[in-house]
Design a protein around this ligand. Structure first.
Ligand code: HEC
Length: 309
């Protein structure tokens, strides 16, 4: 009786260890898959699968070409409501790839001195990003300006102003111009149901748009003229003169850091951060503030233990 009991105890001890090891292996494998699929959109490599700590590879994965491609596509889909009709329309995609490939700060997306060259002589057309002292991220790229020029009757670039604030700091408004009898002119936009978005509040669309100057259409020709409206009091008490001052104020705000870390969560989890993830979100903000890189924000979140749990 006594001997049997000892043996039984021994078997139980062995199998518990074996199960624990198997569970650990499964957990590590699941982690490798999670890290790989969410960062680069691919099944894990054999090396990653056999790594004891897949999250130790995160820092190098965010420098890979696969990550650059996948994240740039994600950004393009997030910053635009629909895919562009031509390759040149997807400015955010091209700028993001350039920013990541050259290890630039995320703010360079929106204020970096870069221009674009579109070669329409080849099929498919090609898009090249280049240095340009007059650049303002992609905000001064002609295909993007035309895409978001809008249809405001007097040529006020409301659509552009909204898109700039959406892309930089994540402002989300649902335009409500559906009232068919509404006067949609600047006067009409002063009406009670319109002014909350168009003239009041820190984002006041008509005032932020005023600093961008106007768009004129004549046939297929779309031209842009600098603002003559003078400085506008927007963004909660700032005096803004032009597109460059607007973009710069946006990327220097806390809302910009917040947006960067929300993008990191959305990229990795397919959803915004949750309340219980506050401490991780704060860590992300601190890391992003330190070097200004979106890769750092993403890596910070992906290296948390909770990402693999
Ligand atoms: C909830 C916020 C909100 C309210 C309220 C609102 N708008 Fe807008 N409006 C927007 C946004 C955002 C845009 C830019 C949409 C875009 O181009 O993506 C816009 C754009 C416009 C444009 C320019 C469209 C273009 O193609 O350039 C006009 C004109 C306009 N709104 C008129 C009105 C009128 C008139 C009202 C009141 C009946 C109104 N809006 C109420 C948010 C709002």
């Amino acid at each position: 009786m006594k001997t049997l009991g000892m043996a039984g105890l021994l078997v139980a001890a062995v199998s518990t260890t074996a199960f624990a090891q198997a569970a650990d292996a499964l957990k590590t494998e699941r982690c490798a898959t999670r890290v790989s699929v969410s960062l680069v959109g691919k099944a894990p490599t054999t090396a990653l699968l056999s790594s004891a700590d897949p999250q130790s590879q995160v820092d190098s994965m965010v420098t890979s070409a696969d990550f650059q491609e996948r994240f740039s596509r994600f950004i393009n889909a997030t910053f635009n409501d629909t895919p562009g009709q031509t390759i040149a329309d997807d400015a955010a995609y091209h700028m993001a790839k350039y920013v990541l490939a050259n290890n630039l700060k995320w703010e360079d997306m929106f204020i970096g001195q870069y221009g674009v060259t579109v070669n329409t002589q080849v099929t498919p057309n090609t898009v090249t990003v280049n240095s340009n002292a007059n650049g303002l991220g992609y905000f001064r790229w002609n295909p993007w300006m035309v895409r978001y020029a809008g249809n405001e009757p007097a040529g006020i670039r409301i659509s552009t102003a909204y898109r700039m604030m959406n892309n930089t700091i994540g402002l989300k408004l649902v335009a409500s111009t559906n009232a068919p009898t509404a006067d949609i002119s600047a006067n009409g936009r002063q009406a009670a149901g319109c002014r909350a978005c168009h003239f009041d509040g820190w984002f006041a669309l008509d005032k932020t748009a005023a600093v961008l100057g106007k768009v004129t259409r004549s046939g297929n020709n779309v031209t842009f003229a600098a603002s003559t409206a003078g400085p506008q009091d927007v963004l909660g008490g700032l005096t803004i003169n032009d597109d460059k001052e607007l973009a710069t104020a946006l990327v220097k705000s806390q809302a910009f850091e917040f947006r960067a870390c929300r993008l990191a969560f959305e990229y990795l989890y397919g959803r915004a951060e949750q309340t219980c993830e506050g401490p991780i979100f704060d860590k992300c903000i601190d890391a992003f503030r330190a070097d200004g890189k979106i890769q750092t924000a993403i890596a910070t979140v992906a290296k948390e233990a909770s990402f693999c749990q």
